[in-house]
Design a protein around this ligand. Structure first.
Ligand code: 4AD
Ligand code: MG
Length: 455
């Protein structure tokens, strides 16, 4: 018989004379003459309670079944006399599908530390917390596509293998088909030139915005920055919209609207899973999300941000002066202590930003923006792009970028250039925002960080 997902069984409108459920045993409790099994199949946070009578066949199976085992149950869906659930399954037949050795199965205890669970990333989605996390992650990804589809943005698949460094920060993973330590010249390597994993799909997305209008890319990006922080991973997903005929204000409007839409979508569609986080992981989650939804994001020019930071009594590890890149401690001070809500900082010094950002009339700043949120810091980085070919070329020369490698990018300014803007939203940081977790490693199914490539 076809299995019914536990989520559908629990939401059933009526009892069912026949039902098959399959899942993993969370707990088993034996009484005189019958046993209770709490069964979870990952379809939702809740378990379904299964009750089986001790017939000889069932007892033989029960003897082999412990926490973590996978089982199939055939029986009836009946109203539960117990508290806390509407339905339960009266099992008529019970079959062990996969045993879990009780001596070695690592998820015996009810609560484990996040750190312990990171060491068993292959099993942690079987816990309540990580089951909830990865259901929310799936919903969030779907919501991103929905958001853009509703607004007429086209989805572009930008390449993962690339020959250019978008951010110019040199934090790229090399790609080669040669043996490690090979002396073969690069000309004989697969591409005949240096190749990398992309750090951002932006440059390619720009080409499509300047053809299709509004586009976005959403895919994995890679950074070989050796920073072991709770906000960085070497492989993460980025959402990158790019809009033709748009400026920095349009860009900030889109980012704010999208973040609010995504938060609302998750609250509306993942209520049980979010509640787990609000109750057990971060007590401030709901008030934080509430503020985010209700208030307009503050929009603060970089120069004013520096002003605030130099005038406060608070001491920072990194000294503040005009021209510095804001550090996490500065970002968090601004949105957690000063404004207590999400903010945009915009118009950053051009000396600390990549070549593609549009130079402002003051010639010292560029039309860049970062969206900063409490607890996390930067979740969005974006800009209006430099559409004027002469300015772009002089910026590239200033920064010693090889023009011949960017010939295609320069072409877009040569032929029908137009104002355009876009941003990158860190998908895992967005997940941290909606779940309240404080470590990005807990928002990624199999996180990659320096010296960690276990799974
Ligand atoms: O600010 P970033 O570096 O911007 C870009 O790459 C632009 N090319 C995007 C664009 O305009 N299309 O990265 C964008 C966002 C950051 O705000 C952050 O949320 C996330 O990507 N991010 C990371 N997330 C996890 N681990 C890392 N190592 C990250 N680096 C950036
Ligand atoms: Mg950034």
């Amino acid at each position: 018989m076809k299995r019914t997902k536990i989520k559908n069984a629990l939401n059933s409108e009526q009892s069912m004379a026949e039902i098959t459920v399959k899942g993993w045993v969370r707990t088993k409790r034996d009484s005189k003459g019958f046993s209770f099994i709490e069964l979870n199949d990952g379809s939702c946070l809740k378990n379904i309670q299964v009750i089986v009578d001790h017939t000889p066949e069932i007892e033989a199976e029960l003897a082999k079944i412990g926490t973590g085992a996978s089982v199939a149950v055939e029986g009836e869906l009946v109203e539960s006399p117990g508290k806390g659930q509407k339905w339960e399954v009266r099992g008529k037949a019970l079959k062990l599908l996969g045993e879990a050795d009780q001596e070695t199965f690592p998820l015996q205890k009810k609560r484990h530390t996040d750190e312990f669970l990171r060491g068993i990333a292959h099993l942690r989605p079987r816990t309540n917390k990580f089951g909830a996390m990865f259901r929310i992650r799936s919903e969030l990804a779907q919501a991103i596509h929905k958001y853009f589809a509703e607004r007429g943005f086209f989805y572009v698949h930008t390449p993962v293998l690339t020959g250019s460094d978008c951010e110019g920060a040199g934090e790229m993973f090399r790609v080669t088909a040669l043996e490690h330590g090979s002396k073969t010249p690069i000309e004989e390597d697969f591409f005949g030139k240096p190749a990398h994993l992309t750090v951002s799909g932006q440059l390619e997305a720009e080409m499509f915005a300047l053809s299709l209008g509004d586009v976005y890319t959403f895919g994995p990006t890679f950074r070989a920055e050796n920073s072991n922080t709770p906000r960085h991973v070497a492989e993460f997903w980025m959402v990158e919209p790019e809009m033709a005929f748009a400026d920095l204000n349009d860009d900030m409007d889109l980012g704010e609207d999208m973040v609010k839409y995504l938060v609302q979508h998750i609250l509306d569609n993942c209520a049980d899973d979010v509640e787990l986080f609000a109750k057990w992981v971060n007590k401030d989650l709901m008030p934080e999300l509430d503020t985010l939804l209700k208030k307009d994001f503050v929009r603060l020019p970089y120069t004013e941000a520096i002003d605030i930071l130099t005038k406060t009594k608070k001491e920072f590890e990194y000294p503040v002066e005009w021209g510095i890149d804001l550090q996490t401690e500065h970002e968090r001070f601004l949105c957690e202590e000063k404004f207590k809500q999400p903010i945009y900082v915009y118009d950053y010094p051009k000396s600390i930003k990549p070549f593609y950002m549009r130079v402002n009339d003051d010639d010292r700043t560029v039309a860049a923006m970062d969206c900063l949120v409490p607890r996390i810091g930067e979740i969005i980085g974006g800009s209006q792009r430099e559409e004027r070919m002469d300015v772009l070329l002089s910026r590239m020369r200033e920064m010693n970028l090889p023009e011949e490698e960017y010939w295609w990018y320069i072409d877009s300014r040569k032929f029908g250039t137009a104002p355009h803007a876009g941003f990158g939203l860190g998908f895992e940081r967005m997940l941290m925002l909606v779940t309240g977790v404080s470590n990005i490693r807990d928002a990624m199914p199999f996180p990659r960080t320096p010296k960690h490539l276990e799974f």
